[in-house]
Design a protein around this ligand. Structure first.
Ligand code: HEC
Length: 263
């Protein structure tokens, strides 16, 4: 009995010791990342980001200053670019390319283009721009909740009728739905590429200048509902999840016809 108590107390002491070193470790890790983040803030890259880009871009969404917003917050830009360009070199190249030549062809943020117009083409020192892009890649902007949780449920009819869209837009959606049903692969890379392809097609409906007001808002709602799925698909690593996302997209895209029709 005495041995048992001894054994028990040793076990308890050891486990307390281990758990405390575990939490110490975690605390260390946490403070390391905090230090690393504040280190980034002192780098030349971050200073350049502030002086060259934060003139127009907020770092993170700020609901109190929504009406002063003239460009999407940097956090949102990273949210759109990172899934598409997960490797550092690719990310830097994508950011420098679009900044050097903002275009509807290459935008990953059609909603921002529509809302704020294309980013003006400004001339930057290329080494500085690379440093800025690298900083955006490294810096953790944190996670901000979506300002408007726009989901399919927010889609509304036009006084009981479907919204009329140009036949070209409806054909684009038809094309996407056909490709969703015909797509077959067991290679995750194909799914990632497929996500990019359908995003590329869908974004042009968002960019169409002839859609304004309530009609555009509903197109925007629809796009928001499918956008996160497309982002998921682009960065998905598991074939099982990718297949589920495609299924989800089929349902959401089919829902398009409940709210929109060809004019
Ligand atoms: C004069 C204002 C202005 C400045 C300065 C500015 N931007 Fe922008 N930027 C915008 C606007 C407006 C948009 C949204 C429209 C768009 O996406 O083209 C935008 C969008 C972007 C996008 C998303 C592009 C897309 O459509 O996919 C990136 C990336 C970006 N900015 C990076 C930068 C970086 C990096 C800097 C600093 C080197 C910078 N911007 C400086 C106005 C600005």
């Amino acid at each position: 009995m005495r041995d048992l108590i001894k054994l028990l107390s040793i076990t308890i002491v050891i486990s307390i010791f281990c758990s405390s070193c575990n939490s110490n470790n975690q605390a260390n890790k946490k403070s390391e990342t905090i230090i690393a983040q504040s280190d980034i803030k002192n780098t030349k890259g971050f200073k350049l980001l502030e002086s060259k880009c934060y003139i127009c871009h907020f770092e993170t969404p700020d609901p109190a200053r929504m009406n002063q917003m003239i460009a999407p917050p940097m956090l949102r830009i990273k949210e759109h670019y990172l899934p598409n360009y997960q490797n550092k070199e690719d990310f830097i190249k994508a950011i420098t390319t679009i900044v050097n030549n903002p275009s509807e062809e290459n935008t990953l943020m059609p909603g921002a283009v529509k809302k704020f117009n294309l980013m003006p083409k400004l001339i930057y020192n290329q080494d500085e721009l690379k440093l800025i892009a690298e900083t955006i890649y490294k810096y953790e902007f944190g996670a901000a909740p979506k300002t408007r949780m726009l989901m399919m449920g927010d889609l509304k009819l036009n006084n009981g009728s479907r919204w009329k869209l140009k036949s070209e837009s409806v054909k684009t959606i038809d094309g996407i739905i056909n490709s969703l049903y015909s797509f077959k692969s067991n290679n995750i890379k194909d799914y990632n590429q497929f996500g990019k392809n359908i995003f590329e097609q869908a974004k042009f409906i968002m960019l169409d200048k002839s859609y304004t007001g309530d009609k555009f808002d509903q197109i925007h709602n629809f796009f928001n509902g499918v956008e996160s799925d497309m982002h998921l698909l682009i960065q998905e690593k598991s074939i099982e999840n990718a297949k589920n996302t495609v299924e989800d997209l089929k349902i959401k895209f089919n829902n398009f016809y409940n709210f929109f029709e060809e004019e």
